[in-house]
Every structure is written in C-alpha cells, then in structure tokens.
Design a protein around this ligand. Structure first.
Ligand SMILES: NC(=O)c1ccc[n+]([C@@H]2O[C@H](COP(=O)([O-])OP(=O)(O)OC[C@H]3O[C@@H](n4cnc5c(N)ncnc54)[C@H](O)[C@@H]3O)[C@@H](O)[C@H]2O)c1
Length: 439
C-alpha cells in the first residue's frame, strides 16, 4: 500500500489495522517490519496521501477500493487442522466491511486464500438488504520479503482476477489502472477470479518445490562426493530450468511456502485428488527432513553428543534482509538441538527480538547475543542458518581462536569460503558438498 501511495499521489491510501502498536509504529521511523528501502517509500508518502489508522469503520466508509491483507495462517483446530487456511480473520473483515459500508465497494483479496474463497466472500458481502454492491477481486501478492520494495516497484507481473461480468470487468480495470501508474500494461495480467487465487498457491508451491528438489539432491551429493552447487549450476544453465531458486541449504522458511502448500494439499484432498495432494505434500516433507538431517549431521559429526556443548547459530531470520522468523529453519534446528541438551546461543542482526518470542516456550539452555563474535566464544560449533552478507566477512580467525577444539563450522547456507576456513583450522561441513575435516 505504501508503494501504491508513493506511485499514485492522486490516490489517498489509508492503512487500517486492529493492532494499535503496529499502527503507531507505522507512524514513526521505527517501522514494525524490517524491509530494505521501505522507510524511504513510507516517508515520501506519509501524511501526503498515505495514512495509518485504527479507525477501521471510517477507513471502510471512506474507501472505494478495499485491499484486504489480513493474516490467513494454517488452521490449528478442527476440520483441516494443520493444512487448511484459517479464514476467520478474512471472514470477520468481510462482515465488518458489510456492517460499516455506506456505498458500493471493490473488495480486493490481497491475502493468499484458498481457491474459490472469493465466491464465499461475494455471498457474505452481497447478502445485504441495503442495495449495496460489492465486487470481489483477487489480486495476489507476489513480493518476496527482503526485496519487497524492489519487487513491488518492478514486478514480474501483477495479476488481477475478477468475475467475468460487466461489473467484474469494470472493477478489474479500476485496480489495473492503479498499477498502470508505474507497471507496464503488458505486465498486468487479467484472469478469472479462481485462476488468480490458484496462481498464487501454485507459484509458491513451484518455488518451494525447486528448493526441496535441490535439497533432496544435496543429500545424494553428500553421499557421493558430488557438489550440489556444481550440479545446480550445470542444470540451471539449461534455459528450460533456469538458474534461480536452486540454492541448497538447511531448508525453506517464511510465513507463506509451508502454509500455502498445505492449503493446496487440503484443497486437492477436498476435491478427492489424493495423488495431487500427496505430490505437493512431498515438498513440505522433504523440507522437514532436510532440517532434521542438518541437525543429525551435526550430531554425528560431533561424536554423537552435543549435550552441554555450546553451539552458536548464526542467523535466525528465515532468510537474509528480513527480521521475519516465521517457519524459519533455525527454529526447527534450535528445537532439535535443545532436545539434545545442547547449550544454544542465537545471534542475528535483525531478528533477535522475534527469535526470543518464537523460542519463549522452549525448555533448555538458550541465550541470545547480538554480537556474533561473543556468540561464538567458547562454542564447539557455529552453524550458519541465514545467508546474511555480514556473516561472509566476519574475522573467522578471531572466531576460531575463541572456540573450543575441535572447532566445527556447519554452513547451512553455503555462503562461506570453505577451503579457506578449513586451512585456518575449522572442520567445515557445508550442505551437499564434501566435508573438510581435520579430525
Ligand atoms: N509476508 C509475505 O511475504 C506475503 C507475501 C505474499 C502474500 N502474503 C499474504 O498476505 C497476507 C498477510 O500476510 P502478512 O505476512 O502481512 O501477515 P501479518 O500477520 O504480518 O499481517 C496481518 C495484519 O492483519 C491485521 N488484522 C487481522 N485481522 C484484522 C481485522 N479484522 N481488521 C484489520 N486488521 C486485521 C493484523 O493485526 C496484522 O497486522 C497472508 O494471507 C499472506 O499469505 C504475505
């Protein structure tokens, strides 16, 4: 919404949220999320045509177009628990729009939703007896955290789905016109509403599938002395495959991949398509296996016990350039290590607060340290779990000097110079590559 406000100065954008703390943070310079370049965008538009408020009713009344971007987590209870999307926030919002609206609205699904949700929303919204008309569109968000501003300013495509009726077409054009202020028209794709909804789930499923595919090969590389980066490079040179999203590591995280695939699995099952469901479920299973396999390798390498050993985790965010830790592989690794009674210390340049919150209920010896050098001091092992640039350029000689011997380095993101670290004296364990060990 900040980018829309920035690029469309003639349009007033009001962001409303029930979370007062978040809205207050959006009004200051310490934004509630870390995203490179976002503060500049917000500062340019804030107070001009970008406003933040907790007055949801007024926000609804004043708007012609409402982008609904509420959370749609995986259900934790009842039918479909662990797979289906929890639509309670979306439905509450729809009912609130219905209660507060005094004029016709275009309601845009910006949240990621199961296919055919728009139909249910349409029924709820248009069940009013006040003569109001609501047109429900699907405009899924394809941004990636860490590069959100860039992705929004130069999107590969914008997708807008609507009903195939004259009113649906008019609403679709109104939203397309907003994006056309900065997105070339040929990149604004239009479709029916179900295709738009399903495209978002499918895009995430395909992206995650590439990671699980290369991670499955990383295990085979470790067993055969092939090198996963060499394999990824060789296959990525095939223009049909392409080089991106083939980086092997400890596993994918983030709030979306897992939940969206599970959602796809659940929808497939609900249509009786069990083979389809099982196929995509494999992507999630492979990811869980990779996280567990990473810890099993640590354990096997460190003489089958990490009990009482200090282990420093470099990075907790699910990827670099974000403070977001949702579904981060680091959380699974932390859990496994604590279960083995390791003394775990977490460091991260942006995600330490979230790491604290995520691990609050865990039993065991767990500490947090902003400084990576202090985190590594006295450690038996360092495990790199987030590909922060800062970790590439640390003084590893200094780190080694402060660690216990033998000193192990598990590079869960394959970002370090392994040969150099080995020469220095580290025992180096990358993912999908030959280990380099002195012991
Ligand atoms: N985070 C991403 O990278 C990303 C990318 C693409 C799509 N999405 C989708 O966007 C949606 C939101 O994701 P997110 O990561 O921003 O989630 P989030 O949990 O960070 O934000 C959701 C916000 O909605 C607010 N909210 C909940 N109910 C509300 C209500 N009734 N009225 C007003 N505000 C309400 C919450 O307070 C919260 O601030 C999800 O469906 C997600 O799948 C997220």
């Amino acid at each position: 919404m900040a980018v829309i406000a920035d690029r469309c100065p003639h349009v007033d954008v009001t962001v409303v949220d029930i979370n007062e703390r978040r809205i207050a943070a959006w009004q200051g310079d310490s934004l509630p999320i870390y995203e490179p370049g976002l503060l500049d965008v917000v500062r340019r538009a804030r107070g001009r045509n970008l406003f933040f408020s907790t007055d949801i009713e007024a926000g609804i009344r004043g708007a012609d177009i409402i982008f609904v971007s509420v959370n749609t987590p995986t259900k934790t209870f009842g039918e479909g628990a662990g797979r289906a999307a929890d639509l309670q926030y979306w439905e509450k919002t729809a009912r609130q729009i219905l209660a507060s609206a005094t004029s016709d609205k275009i309601v845009v699904e910006k949240s990621t939703l199961p296919v055919r949700t728009a139909e249910a929303m349409d029924r709820i919204l248009n069940s009013n007896d006040r003569g109001l008309h609501f047109e429900v569109l699907s405009n899924p968000e394809f941004l990636a955290e860490g590069t959100a501003v860039e992705d929004l300013e130069q999107p590969d495509r914008v997708l807008i789905g609507s009903r195939e009726t004259p009113a649906g077409g008019r609403a679709r054009r109104a939203v397309a016109d907003l994006y056309a202020a900065w997105v070339p028209r040929e990149r604004i794709l239009e479709s029916n509403v179900w295709s738009a909804e399903l495209s978002k789930l499918t895009a995430n499923a395909f992206l995650a599938q590439r990671i699980s595919s290369i991670n499955s090969i990383s295990a085979l590389c470790e067993a055969t002395e092939a090198d996963v980066d060499e394999v990824a490079y060789a296959i990525g040179a095939d223009s049909r495959i392409g080089p991106r999203f083939l980086k092997s590591g400890v596993g994918f995280g983030g709030s979306c991949f897992r939940k969206d695939i599970l959602n796809l699995v659940y929808i497939s099952q609900s249509y009786g398509l069990d083979e389809v469901a099982r196929y995509w479920e494999g992507v999630v299973r492979m990811n869980e296996w990779q996280e567990a396999r990473f810890v099993r390798r640590m354990l096997a390498t460190m003489f089958n016990t990490v009990a009482g050993k200090r282990i420093a985790l470099f990075g907790f965010a699910f990827k670099a350039n974000t403070g977001d830790t949702r579904e981060a592989p680091a959380l699974a690794v932390t859990r496994h290590l604590l279960a083995e009674h390791a003394d775990v210390v977490i460091t991260d340049p942006e995600a330490l607060e979230n790491a604290r919150l995520d691990t609050a209920g865990l039993d065991g010896r767990l500490t947090f340290e902003a400084d990576p050098y202090a985190a590594a001091r006295g450690a038996h092992a360092v495990a790199v779990l987030t590909e922060w640039d800062a970790y590439r350029t640390l003084d590893y000689g200094r780190i080694l000097a402060s660690m216990e011997r033998p000193a192990f380095l598990f590079d869960g993101r394959n970002i370090l110079d392994h040969a150099k670290l080995f020469e220095m004296g580290f025992n180096v364990y990358p993912v999908g590559k030959r280990a380099m060990s002195h012991v």
